[in-house]
Unconditional design. Structure first.
Length: 123
């Protein structure tokens, strides 16, 4: 499962992300991509939901990724992403003052992949 220090990190990330999700603020964070080390780096996202995944039992952030021009050249696409909170850097997360107004297509606040929804934005 998680170490105590990782549990504290997850709790702190949830504390930071919850108001951003509720108020629909953009979030920037550094992420360690588990499938491709070349894709480690910052993500700018519209956060929609935090939940515990049914299969992995890990905390996930469901968010719409807004890649920079440089990230697009590297092959990143504007699309939905599921981000493990355990792979985010607590000291490299920022809730921006800029928000978004509409949820993205295919957003489901009752995401069936999650055994528990911790926080979800309204549609």
């Amino acid at each position: 499962m998680f170490s105590q220090s990782n549990d504290l990190k997850i709790k702190e990330l949830i504390r930071i992300l919850t108001p951003a999700i509720i108020n629909k603020y953009l979030v920037s964070f550094y992420y360690e991509d588990e499938t491709d080390h070349n894709k480690h780096g910052f993500r700018l996202v519209e956060p929609h939901l935090i939940g515990i995944h049914k299969d992995s039992k890990e905390y996930h952030l469901s968010a719409y990724f807004l890649p920079t021009s440089a990230q697009i050249v590297q092959g990143f696409k504007m699309d939905w992403g599921s981000y493990l909170l355990s792979r985010m850097y607590l000291d490299k997360i920022t809730v921006l003052e800029k928000g978004y107004t509409n949820t993205r297509r295919f957003y489901n606040p009752k995401d069936k992949r999650m055994s528990q929804i911790i926080c979800a934005t309204s549609k």
